[in-house]
Design a protein around this ligand. Structure first.
Ligand code: GTP
Ligand code: NA
Ligand code: MG
Length: 331
């Protein structure tokens, strides 16, 4: 959505890449947290969602901030990566400077290629076939690349060689970096020394400004389910990334094939809030906000959408219709 009367919303950046290339550590360095150190076996096993605050003119907090999704790189978690990508504006592909493009890096590139091809096809259909109009197709999902662990390289020469190797490997998959005449930004960084981190954040913010992301905050809320499960002390919790409108306590929602009345809304697990690490209570969930929602009757399926509806009767009917449609698809 681009209508100017809608307020700007924060960009959603999905961090993707091969296992152990440094996604979580990079995010820790960007937001001064220590998520990676607490992970079992050093492997990310769920979709993390949190917010990096914006900066005001004098460097203080303010502005829109950035919503970040941290995806697992382990081969087994493809579905989770795709759920992250579904809700995203910018894919930040993380590539280790020493390891280069690996299997899950290529998986991300294939995913982007499919997504772009689909959007381009839709674009063409809406305009009734090839050519004709002067309008230019612009994909809704944009790509940036962070080449990380550059502290492991020795000297400028090794750095240039590593970057060039990665840029040529990307080019072989149709991703053209600025250095090779394209428009994909490739930013060298180190989570250990902090090199390149301010530059990376600046570029993400600039990219988001160019995308001019807007959403209505007033209408009934819509979002994507990132995760759902039992949480100690809370019972059934679903993590949702809001995309449109607003969600408040007491709203009736259809979540995938399930429904419920929102009992409580909490911030994302790793966001600071009134309850500290757990993410505090939130009065109103707005576009681009990752939140945890309590009050569902059964566990919904990640990757499916959440919508606010008018009544419990309506919710029950929509959920039932979706279940039946899914049932039919299985035969
Ligand atoms: P998965 O989520 O399991 O796919 O891994 P990941 O991509 O999140 O990587 P993670 O942050 O777990 O880091 C993997 C290893 O690389 C850890 O041992 C980190 O300490 C190390 N590492 C990450 N970034 C850097 C970096 O900039 N420099 C160096 N030297 N090591 C790094
Ligand atoms: Na890891
Ligand atoms: Mg990780």
């Amino acid at each position: 959505g681009r209508r100017v009367e809608w307020p700007l919303r924060p960009p959603v950046v999905c961090v993707m890449g091969h296992v152990d290339h440094g996604k979580t550590t990079l995010l820790d360095a960007l937001r001064q947290s220590e998520v990676a150190a607490a992970e079992a076996g050093g492997i990310t096993q769920r979709l993390g969602a949190f917010h990096i605050p914006g900066v005001g003119e004098g460097g203080e907090e303010g502005g829109l901030g950035i919503t970040v999704l941290d995806t697992p790189g382990h081969a087994a978690f493809k579905a989770m990566r795709m759920h992250g990508a579904l809700a995203t504006d910018i894919v930040l592909l993380v590539v280790s400077a020493t390891d280069g493009l690996q299997e899950q890096t290529l998986e991300v590139l294939r995913m982007l290629e499919e997504q772009w091809a689909e959007e381009e096809e839709d674009f063409r259909m809406q305009r009734g076939g090839e050519g004709g109009k002067m309008e230019v197709f612009s994909p809704s999902l944009s790509l940036m690349v962070a080449v990380t662990k550059v502290d492991k390289l020795h000297g400028e020469e090794e750095m240039q060689a590593a970057l060039s190797k990665i840029e040529h490997a990307l080019a072989a998959h149709g991703i053209m970096s600025e250095a090779l005449g394209g428009d994909v930004q490739v930013v060298p960084v180190s989570a250990v020394t902090g090199a390149g981190l301010p530059d990376l954040l600046d570029r993400v913010r600039l990219q988001a400004e160019m995308l001019e992301l807007r959403a209505d905050r007033e209408g009934p809320g819509e979002g994507v389910i990132l995760d759902a499960g039992m949480e100690r002390g809370f019972g059934m919790v679903m993590s949702v990334l809001m995309r449109w409108g607003s969600l408040v306590q007491g709203d009736v929602v259809v979540a995938g094939e399930q429904w419920g009345r929102v009992k409580k809304i909490l911030g994302a697990r790793n966001s600071p809030g009134k309850d500290g690490e757990g993410g505090g209570a939130v009065d109103r969930a707005l576009p681009s906000m990752p939140v945890r929602v309590l009050g569902l009757r059964d566990l919904p399926t990640p990757g499916q959408e959440v919508i606010v509806v008018k009544s419990e009767e309506r919710a029950e009917a929509v959920a039932k219709a979706r279940r039946e449609a899914a049932e039919r698809r299985r035969y």
